[in-house]
Design a protein around this ligand. Sequence first.
Ligand code: ZN
Length: 433
Amino acid sequence: MRYCARCVYPENSRPTIIFDEYGICSGCRVHESKKQIDWQGREKMLREILDHYKGEAQRTGNLYDCIIPVSGGKDSHYQVYLVKEVYGLNPLLVTYNHTFNTQLGIRNLINMVKEFGCDLIRFTANPDSVRKIARYMVRKVGDITWHYHAGIFTFPFQIAVKYRIPLVIWGEHGYSEMTGMFRLEDIPEFTKWCRQEHEMRGYEVEDLINADSGLTRRDLAPYIFPSDEEIEEVGVRGIFIGNYIEWDSRWLADMLMREHGFEIARGKRDRTFSLFHKIDDHANDVHDYLRYLKFGYGRGTDHASHEIRAGRMTREEGIEMVRQYDHVRPSSLDFYLDFLGMTEAEFEAAVEKDRDPSIWEKDSCGKWTLKDSVVNHVNDELVEAARLPLVAEDDRTFGRNNRHLYYSDKFQPLPPSKQTGVSRDSEDEFVIL
Ligand SMILES: [Zn+2]
């Protein structure tokens, strides 16, 4: 396997990653290109877009200027903070509730609604349908959270059409940030193609309705995208605010903790050293473990690559994170095997056909082993030339200033400098939402 000479992504990363002649991946190049972007100019473009839709809402008498799809995580908090507090729009927040929430996730969602004073529509999927979908899609494509991606990228558009709100605002374009799917110069917007091809792994609602899945159209109501005519009639458009405002997830998580009551995980996590990514759902570890079973890498690779690109971690330190985290069987797997009604052997057998032969091989005893790992590529030829300068020691991933944001065995995470409302009064709040 080939690995990026700068970060730790393998060549079989999804969506497809490309390596240039310096052995550097497209995700690293997209990250690097942020320095060349005229962010002031981009911000002006954003202002013009938002002003236009604000004017449209005034003209049509709509009391909401835009929709923000939210989970309650750091990106949602920041989207709402920008749109409401910085640009003064009145957004309607829309949550597709996948039903796999952590207490911390629910607590943060409530915090966000209260902190920024917004209206929220929260759609809760029927847990029985969710179970059927998860069971079927684990067997079909090795994905336990297909309904998340389908719901998150469909339900807000159903609301956009119903409430006649044409602008939907996402945060960062995740695939561009991770593997460089689009260049920043392209300013990608939401497309129905990307939704189906990537978020929903090529499957539409019709593909799930059959005797094998036991699913009917009623089970799949939140995943039925509005017709082209409906979208066109309202003029619905989805933008990514990360194309206009430089998105630095470490900075914004820290700022939101200090100033807006956002809370993050504490203590060691199963599959990553980051304490602020993907903290609102408890299926995420299993979802990520499935990626490891298919492609041989996981969240440790994502987050180490992110840190290396930001100059907060050396490639060697990143490789150590991959070694520590990518293979770990999450403790939540037992709960999900129970939920799916599968044994672990059935679960692994279901994924077998999805194992990428470029990284996995089956030995004579029937045991799957990795053919390669970035651990074997510490001294690859192009690595030295690809290195980025590091930030000051205190600002590195495990430096003094970041100990509350990243877990290290050496240093227990410190509480944020300003302790914000922990969920002491939140028992009553759970009843409201
Ligand atoms: Zn890279």
